[in-house]
Structures are given as C-alpha cells and as structure tokens.
Design a protein around this ligand. Structure first.
Ligand SMILES: C[S@@+](CC[C@H](N)C(=O)[O-])C[C@H]1O[C@@H](n2cnc3c(N)ncnc32)[C@H](O)[C@@H]1O
Length: 219
C-alpha cells in the first residue's frame, strides 16, 4: 500500500480497523510479557489506537508510536484529552504528552538511533497492513530498529487470501515464523475463529477468518 492510500483513509475517516476499546488481546496477554513496568514500548503503525493510552496510563510504560498520518496523531491526543508538544525530529514530526510520543512519518525512514531503546513491542494491524513484499521489508527493518530483540506481541489475521484483497492481508503462522524465526522463538498464544463476529468480512465473501496472537521471544 502506498502512503496516499493510508493518508486518504484518514482524511476520509475510513477507519474500519480502529477499535473504540483497548484491544482485548493486549489486556489478556500484555501482563504476561517480560517487559519491565516502566519500560519503553514501541507501537509501529500505531494509528490512534487506545492501546497506547492503556500501556502508558495503566502499565506505566513510556510509549513510542510511529504513524504516517498527522490526522491520526492529532486525533489520538485530542480524543484522549492530552495536549501534545510538537517538534521536528528529522524526517518526523514528534508529538509528545504524558509519556506517549508519536513520531509522525514513515516507519521505513526511522532508524534505531531516533527510535531509541525499546523493551517491548505491540503490533496489532501493522504486519497485516502490508502486502507480501513489504512484509519482508518490514521484518528486516524491525530487525535493524530493535537490535536488543525485545519481546513482541503480534496480532494477525489469517483467511484465504484469494477471497479478499487486503488490507488487512492474510498472514499465517508459517509466515510469522519465516519472517521473525531467525531472531525469535515464535509462540501462538491464541487462535480465534472470528468469522461469525466479523460481518464486514463475511459480506466480502470470506469463508474462514482466524485472529491469532503471537509472542516473539529473543532466541
Ligand atoms: C490497519 S491500521 C492499524 C492502526 C493501529 N495499529 C490500530 O490497531 O488501530 C495501519 C496504520 O498504519 C499506518 N501506516 C501505514 N503505512 C505506514 C508507514 N509506512 N509508516 C507509518 N505508518 C504507516 C496507517 O496510516 C494506519 O494508521
């Protein structure tokens, strides 16, 4: 997907992925992640997810998100009652308030120095937002951004790809293993059949839909 695709979705408020609640998998599995309570958590392709406010307010983490859309960054802070300080940070505009920093720009322009140290990662809707060749680039880029191999909680969708054009794209367990298995042990913590509760996808003709939660732990 190119930048314009996503910027257009934000301009036109077409945000089918956005949840008005904290992600239930985050609530269930983050407490079991080996991330120090005051540690820094990276949320790639973060949108305006409420997960970041939960990670900061309830868990005491410093949170760093990366998001292409300035609309998303501004709405995140205004909808959560925060007034961010805005500064230039190289290729990014940096929005920061109450322990949450959003880097507004392209993830692929980010480097490990600008990101800084990371103790844990939450990926929901990031890997599956990208088409196949970009997922390979994403995995390689994450490897360069995260030299300390912090633990990652990653939520994916898996469905017969020929039945629907992404995004979201289908990413099965074998692909997660092939993308991250060099540096990480990949465990599937949850495998949910979510077709019945996803009328939007059923209407598009999907005959199967699984949401999975993976924990990636450094080898
Ligand atoms: C499917 S949404 C998921 C958002 C969020 N993780 C959530 O759970 O609500 C994907 C987001 O990634 C952003 N995005 C796409 N490509 C990006 C890139 N190269 N760099 C930064 N953000 C990007 C889009 O603007 C969009 O907000």
């Amino acid at each position: 997907m190119d930048r314009e695709f996503w910027l257009d979705r934000w301009r036109n408020n077409k945000l089918g992925w956005h949840l008005e609640t904290v992600n239930p998998h985050l609530l269930d599995f983050w407490p079991g992640m080996p991330v120090p309570s005051r540690g820094r958590v990276f949320v790639p392709l973060c949108g305006k997810s409420l997960d970041m406010a939960w990670l900061a307010r309830e868990c005491g983490h410093a949170v760093v998100g990366v998001e292409l859309s300035e609309v998303a960054c501004r709405e995140f802070f205004s909808e959560n009652g925060m007034e961010p300080q805005v500064e230039d940070a190289g290729a990014f505009s940096q929005f920061a308030a109450e322990g949450i920093t959003l880097l507004c720009g392209d993830l692929f322009d980010l480097d490990a120095h600008t990101l800084g140290p990371v103790d844990g990662v939450f990926d929901r809707g990031s890997l599956i937002a990208l088409p196949p060749e970009m997922r390979i680039r994403y995995a390689g880029h994450m490897e360069s951004l995260l030299p300390a191999r912090p633990p990652v909680l990653c939520v994916t969708l898996d469905y017969p790809q020929q039945e629907m054009a992404g995004p979201p794209f289908s990413v099965g367990p074998e692909e997660v293993e092939s993308l991250f298995g060099n540096g990480y042990r990949v465990e599937c913590l949850r495998d949910w059949d979510v077709l019945d509760e996803s009328p939007r996808f059923r209407e598009q003709g999907l005959t199967a839909l699984h949401e999975r939660v993976f924990r990636l732990s450094a080898l």
